[in-house]
Every structure is written in structure tokens, then in C-alpha cells.
Design a protein around this ligand. Structure first.
Ligand code: SAM
Length: 277
């Protein structure tokens, strides 16, 4: 496939539900590479047999990323071409692959994208929330401490926030969002995208919570999108800096940060970041 001495690493997007979303270029690349690195060989094997492709598979997942990165780099350096896929969507997006993608250029291995669907952008494109600025948050940390810290840093986020969530945590996560962002914050749930029971539910965090389990079945795969805070609600960065600088003349830095946070409605972390204290 590759006439150069070093093979190319192709990062290939695969469907998030509907197999027809596999692009014809993805089919060609998967059929032509020397090797396909995938999260789950059985799952990718099924995808490949559905398109009549039979190439050697090598497992590449969260638990063997370090060793397999070296194995794959050695094979790429030896001239073999490799396609990297994950179970669904784009590799490296809340999926394995980043170590390999990062390491490849340093070894002179070209990295090429064969883009395909990703649940985050698919959900955003139909949610009806602002799309001019958004932030991908993926899965929240599971442990309470890091999760709370993450949410605290998002308290003043003005961009649309996109989260992935496992079905058994959706209800608890919506409750935490309502407490943190306010029950009337606009939000959307995109469920089972591109599949038979695809569903888009929009409303506020409160109305979506009410519909969970009835109108919104707790089944399948979920993307949760939350509108950013209204810009007018949050003091501007310049205003935060101005208030802090006045308070800091009279108060110790820590107290000035706390008071600025209280006055402006920003989190202490946000004030720290803005004023670099
Ligand atoms: N790499 C994938 C991508 O590009 O979207 C994401 C993989 S991540 C391990 C799996 C999460 O993506 C699911 O828990 C869910 O939040 C989201 N997801 C994947 N497929 C989905 C679908 N068809 N509908 C809604 N969410 C989906």
C-alpha cells in the first residue's frame, strides 16, 4: 500500500450505529492496509466482514496501549501501513489511540485522517443549542472530588458543553448538572444516534430530568449537551480583574479571590485563573 520506507498511520472513523455511515474511503483504506489496530477484534471483525474486508487485526485498547504503541510503531517504521479504529466513532475521542498518534510523527511516521462520525458533533449538530462556541467534556471523572472540581471549573462556562455519559449514570449526572448549572438551564439529550431508536430530547435540565425513564427511556447510548451560561450573567473577565485588583489592595490575596468570586458569581478557580494569583 505504501511505497515509502515508512508506512502511514490512518486514523479511521467508523459508524456510531448505522453501518451505512462507513465512508467509501474508510472501506478502501481498511481493505488496503497491512494491519488494523482495533479496540475489540471481534467487534471490528464483524464490521469488516460486513464489508467483505479481511485484514490482520491487532488489539489496541486502554490496557495495552503502551506495549502496542511500540509494536505498531516498529511495524510502521518497517514500512507496513496501519489503520487505527475504535469500537465506534473517531479513535482518540474518549477512545484509545492518542499515544500512538502522538508518538508517530517523532518516528517519522505520517498520520492521516479518514474522518467519520463522532457522537459529540453528531449530537451538537441537531441539538439546537449554540454551535458557534462549544467545549467537549467527554466523560466526567467518576470520583466525586475530581468530578466536583471539573464542574466547578464549568460553572462560568459560556460555551455549549458536550458530555458523554453511561446509561446507568445519566439520571445522577442530570441531577448534578441541575444543581450546578441551575434547573432551568437549556439542555439536550441525544440518545442512540443513527440507530433504530434515535432520539433527541430538548428542554431544560429540569424538564429533561422529569422525562427520564418515561419519555426518554434509560436505554442505549447518551450524549448530554448543556447550554453555556448566559454571557450577561457572568461578569466579564476585565470586570473580574478590576474588582479583584481593588480588593487586593486592602485584603490578602486569598480573601480577595474569595470576595471577587462571591461578587462576580465566578468560581474561585476561575478568579485564580483570570488574575493569576
Ligand atoms: N469515539 C467515540 C466518538 O467519536 O463518538 C466515542 C466513544 S465513547 C467510549 C462512547 C460514548 O460515546 C457513549 O458512552 C456515548 O456517550 C457516546 N456515543 C457513542 N455512540 C453513540 C450514539 N450512537 N448515540 C449517542 N451517544 C453515543
Amino acid at each position: 500500500m505504501n511505497v515509502e520506507s515508512t508506512g502511514t498511520l490512518f486514523v479511521v472513523g467508523t459508524p456510531i450505529g448505522n453501518l451505512d455511515d462507513l465512508s467509501s474511503r474508510a472501506r478502501s483504506v481498511l481493505g488496503a492496509v497491512d494491519l488494523i489496530a482495533c479496540e475489540d477484534t471481534r467487534r471490528t471483525g464483524r464490521l469488516l466482514s460486513s464489508i467483505g474486508v479481511d485484514r490482520p487485526l491487532i488489539p489496541y485498547h486502554d490496557h495495552n496501549e503502551d506495549e502496542q504503541t511500540e509494536v505498531l510503531l516498529a511495524r510502521l517504521a518497517g514500512g507496513e501501513s496501519v489503520a487505527l479504529v475504535s469500537d465506534a466513532g473517531l479513535p482518540t475521542i474518549s477512545d484509545p489511540g492518542l499515544k500512538l498518534v502522538r508518538a508517530a510523527p517523532a518516528r517519522g511516521v505520517p498520520v492521516a485522517t479518514v474522518p467519520g462520525p463522532s457522537a459529540a458533533l453528531a449530537a451538537l449538530s441537531i441539538a439546537g443549542l449554540a454551535t458557534d462556541r462549544f467545549v467537549f467534556e467527554g466523560f466526567l471523572p467518576r470520583r466525586a472530588g475530581p468530578r466536583d472540581a471539573r464542574l466547578e471549573s464549568l460553572a462560568v462556562e459560556t460555551r455549549t458543553m458536550i458530555f458523554y455519559e453511561a446509561v446507568h449514570r445519566v439520571a445522577a449526572t442530570l441531577a448534578v448538572f441541575a444543581a450546578r448549572f441551575g434547573a432551568d438551564r437549556p439542555a439536550a439529550i441525544a440518545r442512540e444516534l443513527t440507530k433504530l431508536h434515535e432520539q433527541l430530547a430538548t428542554g431544560t435540565l429540569a424538564t429533561l430530568t422529569d422525562r427520564l425513564g418515561s419519555g426518554i427511556p434509560l436505554k442505549g447510548e447518551f450524549v448530554i449537551l448543556v447550554a453555556g451560561r448566559e454571557r450577561d450573567d457572568a461578569a466579564s473577565d476585565a470586570e473580574v480583574e478590576r474588582i479583584f485588583s481593588i480588593l487586593a489592595r486592602e485584603l490578602p490575596a486569598k480573601t480577595a479571590v474569595a470576595a471577587t468570586a462571591e461578587i462576580t458569581g465566578h468560581s474561585r478557580n476561575a478568579v485564580y485563573r483570570l488574575t493569576r494569583t
